[in-house]
Design a protein around this ligand. Structure first.
Ligand code: HEC
Length: 143
């Protein structure tokens, strides 16, 4: 008898756990993912240094956050390939989600080529690449 009560109690406890756990967990996962992506973009990848225009005071222009910029620097030795402008990556316009994740993991875009320097060829792991893409996708694209 005791064993049965214990078993029933355990079963209903795990049912409660399942009921409580499910839906909210999914939501938290994507909010967590976006928050991690924001951290990776802002503090690790420093994407804004190149992808956000600067104001005259030399501060990143928050109103055009990650909307692409003319780079404020040039190579001091001639570089055969060099991009003077960075792309607008707020909202990741024109990118399929999977291609964007692959790009953040390999540095190779869907045309099979890396972006031109000085865009770094990042090698984020899958989870971090997904987080970055989730964060960038959550931003409003440039008007
Ligand atoms: C040192 C400057 C620099 C940094 C830092 C940088 N980028 Fe870039 N990025 C560029 C430039 C310049 C281009 C344009 C390259 C081109 O036109 O070929 C670019 C292009 C891109 C593209 C478009 C690639 C394509 O082939 O269309 C994406 C997406 C991108 N960057 C995402 C990011 C993300 C995300 C980060 C941060 C994790 C980041 N970039 C950090 C300079 C930078």
């Amino acid at each position: 008898m005791r064993i049965m009560i214990a078993a029933v109690a355990a079963a209903s406890l795990s049912l409660v756990a399942v009921l409580v756990g499910q839906t909210p967990q999914k939501k938290t996962a994507s909010a967590t993912s976006i928050a991690r992506g924001k951290y990776l973009v802002e503090d690790t990848g420093k994407c804004g240094d190149c992808h956000t225009p600067f104001t005259e005071k030399g501060e990143p222009n928050k109103e055009q956050w990650l909307q692409g910029a003319t780079l404020p620097f040039k190579p001091i030795v001639p570089m055969p390939v060099w991009a003077d402008k960075s792309s607008s990556i707020a909202g990741l316009p024109g990118w399929e989600k999977d291609a964007a994740i692959k790009f953040m993991m390999t540095g190779i875009a869907s045309n099979g080529l890396p972006a031109r320097p000085p865009m770094p060829q990042y090698r984020f792991n899958q989870q971090d690449a997904e987080a970055i893409v989730a964060y960038l996708g959550s931003l409003a694209p440039a008007k």
